[in-house]
Design a protein around this ligand. Structure first.
Ligand code: PMP
Length: 363
């Protein structure tokens, strides 16, 4: 599973194989006795967990003879990260790319897509998923009209959850089982809890399958869904109407994608999160753990904390229990966003800023 020591053929060799990192300070601040562990996906070559599915969908389509170098135009509706993964794969392999993406998604994602040579079409954020104006609707219109246009369709493509069942899940299992018990760190020796946000739901579905089928059928899988989305179960949790917009990118939807499994017993529990709490947690992860994670990582950890304080309290109090939180992308995707500027550039001056002003005499 670990990356081979030799030379990689291209950037796709640097997709996935991400580290699992102890979030010791946050666990300590919360009084958790379990091992709180973050799966750090922004170190993947394209900067997110979605590189894995982009690579898998492109390679599967190639095997099926669906892509022709120099001719095929890969079209995909995405919140950006799948698009970046696809644009990276297609730059290497010689396919054109058009990404359709709601207006709310960051400028940084569009800039990255354009850097990789993709065309980007923005769509109204408020358009219902099945309307012709939505990112999904516009992608379909383009596919029908562009010769050799093809949507790989992360919402329905089985290679989306499969990529996580074959890579993300096994990497988590390997990291946990390969870590010895020491006097510093107790360990149950297995993955006990995984907490992840859902957009398409491919990440959580694939990881849940890998862990429950091959490693620990009693593991607890917890989904995180923002207020305003309809993915959480029971549906009574989804009290905020979908017309109320949320700022966090990449998680939550106004429909349930096919790749989000509803198989009973696979995803055990759901928590709902608010933007404000998620963004505060992003700052906490950056300041306490030195990890430059993005907005949905804040949602995932905010959801984890919420769950560990309530329903999952026995796990929080269980020394050596391994609780994994999926951190999907990095803060460099969001540095122009008002929420990021508010947390950093426009934040209250630190005591050290006062000291500097005193020494230098600046206002
Ligand atoms: N976080 C971010 C930043 C994402 O881009 C995505 C993908 N939409 C997710 C979380 C959720 O991943 P998935 O689609 O596999 O549920």
């Amino acid at each position: 599973m670990t990356r081979p020591a030799g030379i990689l053929d291209n950037a796709l060799g640097a997709v996935g194989n991400t580290p699992l990192i102890r979030l010791s300070k946050i666990a300590e601040q919360e009084g958790f006795k379990c091992n709180l562990l973050g799966k750090l996906e922004f170190v993947s070559a394209g900067g997110s967990v979605k590189d894995r599915i982009a690579k898998a969908m492109v390679e599967a389509a190639e095997k099926e003879g669906k892509l022709i170098p120099g001719k095929s135009v890969v079209i995909e509706p995405t919140s950006g990260n799948t698009g970046i993964g696809l644009a990276m794969a297609c730059a290497i392999k010689g396919y054109s790319v058009i990404i359709t993406m709601p207006n709310k998604m960051s400028l940084e994602k569009e800039a990255t897509l354009r850097a990789l040579g993709a065309e980007v079409v923005r769509t109204p954020t408020e358009a219902a998923w099945d309307s012709p104006e939505s990112h999904i609707g516009v992608a379909k219109t383009l596919e029908a009209a562009i010769p050799y246009g093809i949507i790989l369709d992360q919402y329905r493509n089985e290679n989306n959850p499969l990529a996580h069942e074959l890579t993300t899940g096994p990497e988590i299992i390997e990291a946990v089982t390969a870590t010895p018990v020491t006097s510093l760190h107790a360990s149950s020796g297995k993955v006990d809890v995984v907490i992840a946000g859902a957009g398409t739901g491919g990440t959580i579905t694939g990881i849940a399958r890998a862990i429950k089928k091959t490693h620990n059928k009693d593991a607890v899988i917890v989904g995180v869904d923002p207020q305003g989305s309809v993915l959480a179960l029971p549906a009574s949790l989804n009290t905020t109407p979908t017309s109320v917009p949320y700022t966090v990118e990449g998680i939550g939807y106004d429909f349930v994608p096919d790749v989000l499994s509803r198989e009973p017993g696979l995803i055990d529990s759901w928590v709902k999160t608010e933007d404000e709490e998620a963004f505060k947690v992003v700052k906490r992860i950056m300041r306490s753990e030195g990890l430059l994670v993005g907005g949905s990582s804040g949602s995932a950890l905010a959801g984890a904390i919420q769950w560990l304080r309530s329903e999952g309290k026995v796990w929080a109090e269980s020394e050596g229990a391994n609780v994994v939180v999926l951190l999907p992308d990095g803060i460099r995707n969001y540095m122009s966003k008002p929420w990021f500027l508010e947390l950093t550039m426009n934040a209250e001056p630190t005591p050290l800023a006062g000291t500097i002003a005193n020494i230098l005499g600046t206002p």
